[in-house]
Design a protein around this ligand. Structure first.
Ligand SMILES: NC(=O)C1=CN([C@@H]2O[C@H](COP(=O)(O)OP(=O)(O)OC[C@H]3O[C@@H](n4cnc5c(N)ncnc54)[C@H](OP(=O)(O)O)[C@@H]3O)[C@@H](O)[C@H]2O)C=CC1
Ligand SMILES: O=C(CO)COP(=O)(O)O
Length: 331
């Protein structure tokens, strides 16, 4: 199949290699011409995944029309807040029967929409929309470390096609019909990953991380339920699986940002110091709004918002979480 991947950051590059390993024709779109040319030349994305070669058959281009035209699958692997604008440019080249797969993990801050909702709104005539999510750091996928993810779509045929396209001996793909749950898990776990980092930066240990992971997934479930997700999805790869990996991995940009915040660095400084996307910052903004809008109890998210956007002292945020009245352990 001819597969286009939009976004030549870490994830787009790693996913390109997976489908290329499975012998598909892969075109990777980079927004900067220089980056496209460099990857084509040295067969490595030195900026985002240094030290890992990509397959020589992958074509990297800056030409969006060339990238997208005639593709049977288009994968969106850009930061979530940029997805709509890229889709607006690309949609005139996308055929109505092309499968559109969202690989980005976020919620649009303005509209509070999930990425598949943004896709549906921009390309209403296309119903073959899906999402891929799960515990999958690009740095490990590019090195072919065994990884398991989930694809979700309402369309049974689309799910089968995507599972077949991605699955191989190091990339195991499960199917799920719960698009809402899979997408929300991927977006909201980034908030908990930042908090886990903050806790580490403050000098706290494994108990605190385990508490954040467990109570964090409960917050995600509460909001998910309100938004129409299935509870069981959050015990899967795109829920607890992704919370675990991002809260504990040295690869997680969200966790690393949290560590810096816990050590006293300002959020603006952290964002300026990296070209890599820290999705949890945007997810916190969206989730706080959703929590208020739907009256869903999300104390960790609310404290994360205060730390990220209202300059609250992270130590005080933890103290305030611990000082909440005693409760029964219920969802
Ligand atoms: N990294 C990972 O392991 C995983 C990431 N994801 C998700 O994939 C998505 C992409 O992340 P990832 O690949 O890691 O990102 P990176 O931080 O590695 O790279 C960012 C990419 O986005 C591009 N970009 C940045 N801002 C814009 C913009 N305004 N418009 C268009 N393109 C832009 C950059 O282009 P340029 O180089 O020109 O600045 C670069 O290609 C995120 O939603 C992330 O959560 C999902 C699973 C795993
Ligand atoms: O989603 C990811 C792994 O599953 C990537 O997490 P970070 O964006 O925190 O690096």
């Amino acid at each position: 199949m001819r597969i286009s991947i939009l976004g030549a950051g870490s994830w787009g590059t790693a996913l390109s290699n997976v489908v290329s390993d499975n012998k598909h024709e892969v075109i990777l779109w980079a927004r900067r011409r220089e980056l496209a040319e460099e990857i084509n030349q040295i067969k490595e994305n030195r900026e985002y995944l240094p030290g890992a070669k990509i397959n020589s058959s992958i074509v990297v281009t800056h030409d969006l029309e060339y990238a997208v035209k005639n593709s049977e699958i288009v994968i969106l692997a850009t930061p979530s807040q940029a997805l709509r604008s890229i889709l607006r440019e690309a949609k005139k080249y996308i055929k109505n029967d092309t499968i559109i797969l969202n690989a980005s993990k976020g919620i649009e801050n303005e509209s509070l929409m999930r990425m598949s909702e943004v896709i549906k709104e921009e390309i209403p005539q296309n119903s073959q929309i899906a999402v891929i999510s799960g515990p999958s750091h690009a740095e490990e996928v590019i090195r072919r470390y065994p990884t398991a993810v989930v694809v979700a779509s309402k369309d049974k045929r689309v799910l089968k096609v995507l599972q077949e396209v991605f699955i191989n001996n190091y990339f195991r793909v499960y199917r799920n019909y719960d698009v809402i749950g899979v997408e929300l898990g991927g977006a909201l776990k980034n908030i908990i990953a930042i908090c886990s980092g903050v806790s580490e930066g403050l000098g706290y240990g494994d108990n605190t991380r385990a508490a954040l992971i467990t109570r964090g997934i409960i917050e995600i479930m509460r909001l998910g339920k309100k938004l129409g997700a299935k509870n069981s999805t959050f015990s899967g790869l795109s829920g607890i699986g992704d919370v675990i990996v991002t809260c504990s991995s040295m690869h997680s940009r969200n966790r690393r940002a949290g560590i810096e915040i816990g050590k006293g660095k300002k959020v603006d400084e952290i964002v300026k110091s990296t070209k890599m996307v820290i999705e949890g910052i945007y997810a916190t903004k969206a989730a706080k709004k959703l929590s208020d809008l739907y009256d869903v109890e999300m104390p960790i998210t609310q404290e994360a918002y205060k730390v990220l956007f209202e300059d609250k002292d992270p130590k005080k945020a933890v103290d305030d979480l611990m000082a909440r009245r005693g409760k029964i352990e219920v969802y």
